[in-house]
Ligand binder design. Structure first.
Ligand code: PLP
Length: 388
């Protein structure tokens, strides 16, 4: 069988051994954590341990009740963060939301819903992968209700200075709620809940070698104390009343094991990821391929634009050689037209339609990069070019 080289780790990652092992063991444990008998108590203990492990991966060793809420995915965690904060809003407070023009659809589409309810949403331009500070500064002030900004962009790899923006927003408006979609940054760039300074942090298991269909929302003590978050999914009151529904125990246990393993190997995985992307960048430097490199970049994502070759054409050429990459993001595959994120980065629609995203995991090797470069070079020489 042809060797498969998976370079689409921002779409999803393979399950790690620790996650597989933990889920296999948890399959025998079918108790409902809300049940009062022994089986329920065992499940509740496993749930608590999982919560602690994900909290520790965020640098939070002593979580208070309600500070780490398990959800069905990153998208749901963000919906809870944005809709839950908007619902808890008292009439008096401000109604401007500051975000970027390159957020994941799970943020952007939730903010569109707020716009329909009368909120004013300001999207900070991210040309070249850099936040436009003039727009940020012009919108700080007493009307600021929420800042929702991603830590790492899923298409370009841009690492935005969210800590700085949150601090500036708080200084201008102490009441502001700061939300960070850290799905692509978790265990890829160093941060803790404290260092980010966010009130709400979205995480997703399947981007860190955990299972699909489970995510989490970190909630600051202040949010809980000031009752700034309302539940989004109501029912039996699980997850401290913020997210009803019997817990996805297998998913949660798998998530926690992946987070624990990922946090333990950060010291080796981060430099390894950086070495892989540096090797790729160095190999493509001076070629016909243009690298779309933001000033500060996460180590696992490389965005590139091909010379007059459609993304899909190269993607299939690579896939035929067992190399899997992405044209934009997996989520934008459902959207029609060029990626709005790449347009926001400054690419024109032709360049955006000729772009690929390579995303590494710590499981990739230097040989994988060599194979990719060889297949790209081969494609440049043989594939049909678009005439403009
Ligand atoms: N936020 C970002 C930046 C993402 O890349 C993704 C997944 O692609 C999500 C949120 C959504 O996570 P999930 O697939 O768990 O809903």
């Amino acid at each position: 069988m042809m060797k498969q080289i998976y370079l689409d780790n921002s779409a999803t990652t393979p399950l790690c051994e620790a996650s597989k092992k933990a889920m296999c063991a948890a399959m025998a444990q079918y108790g409902n954590p809300s049940s009062l008998h022994t089986l329920g108590a065992e499940a509740a203990r496993l749930l608590k341990q999982s919560r602690t492990e994900v909290g520790e991966a965020l640098g939070e060793r002593f979580l208070k009740d309600g500070q780490l809420l398990f959800t069905s995915c990153g998208t749901e965690a963000t919906a809870l963060a944005i809709q839950g904060t908007a619902r808890a809003k008292s009439r008096r407070v401000a109604s401007t939301v500051l975000t970027t023009d390159s957020e994941h659809p799970s943020v952007e589409n939730n903010l569109k819903l707020l716009e329909k309810e009368g909120f004013r949403v300001v999207r900070v331009p991210t040309r070249g992968g850099q936040l436009d500070m003039k727009t940020v500064e012009a919108n700080l002030g007493s009307d600021l209700f929420m800042v929702s900004m991603m830590l790492v962009n899923n298409e370009t790899g841009a690492r935005y200075p969210v800590e700085q923006i949150f601090a500036m927003a708080r200084a201008a408006s102490p009441e502001v709620v700061c939300h960070c979609d850290a799905v692509q940054g978790f265990l890829k760039v160093p941060f803790t809940a404290r260092s980010l300074g966010a009130d709400l942090i979205t995480l997703s298991a399947h981007k860190i070698h955990g299972p699909k269909g489970v995510g989490a929302l970190f909630v600051s003590e202040r949010m809980l104390r000031e009752r700034r978050l309302s539940p989004f999914l109501v029912g039996g009151g699980q997850e401290f009343g913020f997210r009803s529904g019997t817990e996805n125990m297998l998913g949660i246990v798998g998530f926690a094991a992946a987070a624990k393993a990922g946090a333990q190997s950060l010291r080796t995985s981060l430099p390894h990821l950086a070495a892989l992307s540096q090797k790729l960048r160095a190999a493509l430097e001076g070629s016909e391929i243009v690298l779309n490199t933001p000033p500060v970049t996460a180590p696992h994502i490389v965005s590139l634009t091909l010379p007059h070759i459609k993304s899909e054409t190269m993607l299939h050429h690579l896939a035929a050689r067992g190399i899997y990459v992405s044209a934009g993001s997996a989520c934008s595959a459902h959207a029609k037209g060029p990626s709005s994120v790449l347009l926001a980065f400054g690419l024109d629609s032709a360049a955006a339609a000729s772009s690929l995203r390579i995303s590494f995991s710590a499981e990739n090797t230097e040989q994988d990069v060599d194979a990719l470069c060889e297949a790209l070079t081969d494609g440049l020489g043989t594939l049909v070019r678009i005439k403009h």
